[in-house]
Design a protein around this ligand. Sequence first.
Ligand code: ADP
Ligand code: 5GP
Length: 198
Amino acid sequence: MLVLSSPSGAGKSTIAAELLKREAGLTRSVSATTRKPRPGEVDVRHYFFVTPDAFGEMVDAELLLEHAHIFGNQYGTPRAPVDAALAGGRDVLFDIDWQGMRQIAQTSRADLVSIFILPPSITELERRLRGRAQDSDEEIRRRMSKARDEMAHFGEYDYVILNHKLDESVAQVQLILTAERLRRPRQVGLGAFITDLE
Ligand code: ADP
Ligand code: 5GP
């Protein structure tokens, strides 16, 4: 389970999209949210856009792996698709915040790799949020004022990447993914392979 978090606008969705193009063994977890779709966002592809009531029912039925209240809306990770991907031997990419990362760490620390993405500067963060041109002025102000709170949690993550140049950031995430896949406990079946070699 590979988690990418960052203050809003630092570029984690862009990095995630590029990573998914390059890494065939990776599946993106699609979250449920009560937030309204942005222009161009498609239900089921970007998020499951649900009503607050439907979200509450998912929580009550324990259908979510984790969930959190962010910028006045609810966000959560449906559990079943993640379990299915992992059972099929695939890695799963999560674009979630520190609250979600913490909940996954509580239940599955050994299976979790977490990366925190930082913007090169606060000015650049605001420029990216405005450049995305998909949130209202009020929403951008709210996200900027929350950026410091989000960044205060960088110390809970395994890795930190400064997203200066997109290509370099994607390459760095790929390096982490490769190294983490090579960790001995993640290479299941090694014992049998070595017995065969002998
Ligand atoms: P997040 O998912 O972290 O909220 P996005 O991925 O939506 O952020 O990125 C916010 C904006 O910044 C987008 O318009 C995106 O194209 C741009 N962006 C992302 N990474 C970079 C980068 N390395 N350099 C310049 N612009 C970037
Ligand atoms: P946005 O509204 O910009 O799509 O997302 C806002 C924030 O919610 C981002 O930090 C994003 O990573 C986080 N987020 C999206 N989906 C989930 C989720 O399922 N769980 C949690 N905990 N955070 C999420």
